[in-house]
Design a protein around this ligand. Sequence first.
Ligand code: GLN
Length: 312
Amino acid sequence: MVTLSNEYLKDIITEYTPYTTQGEVVQSLPCVSELNQNDIGIAVIDLDQNIYTAGTTDLSFSLQSASKVVSLMIALEDLGEEKVFQTVGMEPMGDFFNTISHLEADDVHRPFNPMVNAGAIAICSLIKGSSVEERFERIMTMLKSVLGHDDIHMNEDVYKAERRKGDRNRALAYYMSSTGSVALDPEEALDLYFRINSIQFQVRDLALLGLFFANGGKTIEGGEQLLHPDHLTTIEAIMMTSGMYNESGRFAVNVGFPCKSGISGGIFGAVPGRYGIGVIGPAINPKGNSVAGSKILERLSKDLGLNIFHPE
Ligand code: GLN
């Protein structure tokens, strides 16, 4: 079995750098389109807070769909499972993450799960607060506690770009509103959704987010149980079945721990009781997942024995 070290990760980065030429940096969203296809970085943190990194670790990128886990977390804490899963389902969806057709296909017109765009927008409509600003501040406060530092902010330029280029998401929100399947104020839900997509992270922050889940929903500093253990189980199961969209099956088989991706090319993973992992590689495949990042996670899983389905 391989021992985790900076040198090991450096070798992995060298070996997997050729994968950065596969896939494409998303061009439709200003700011994301400016990311460099050749960048590739990784951070792994264990429960003793030893941090191992390699590659481009100082790159700042927007959280994008990795934020869908954060919004789900807060909605579950605010309302509990029954109410949340009256609003969205928990089934995997075989289509692209921003598809609208599934809202028509489902008998009750609900989004399939909280990890696809429609589901995350519906989840945003549930989060408690008297205004979008207050809801967003609650999310930031929670996220800062989860990460154990204050050094995150919303990128105004990304937020403006999300709004400007957000017609597909608007269509999803207004469609759900029109059927009445999700009781939401479309503009408010979208505004919160755009904001949380625009939170700037570095790869270490992705690893810290994963570490929080790996640590049973407890903060690393102080061990505060911020997330109910039942909600942790639910979120990890949904990440496993839907976090990588219609590649979640392949991830379950080849990586074997809960992960969530975003179109900036970031992926975070939680290896229960062991590691939080963050990878960034802005070139993504047609399903919306970082090509290099996915390959690296597969390799790490094999080398370090991280697949939770593998017998001891
Ligand atoms: N901001 C993007 C959207 O709403 C996020 C999608 C993603 O990261 N998969 O479509």
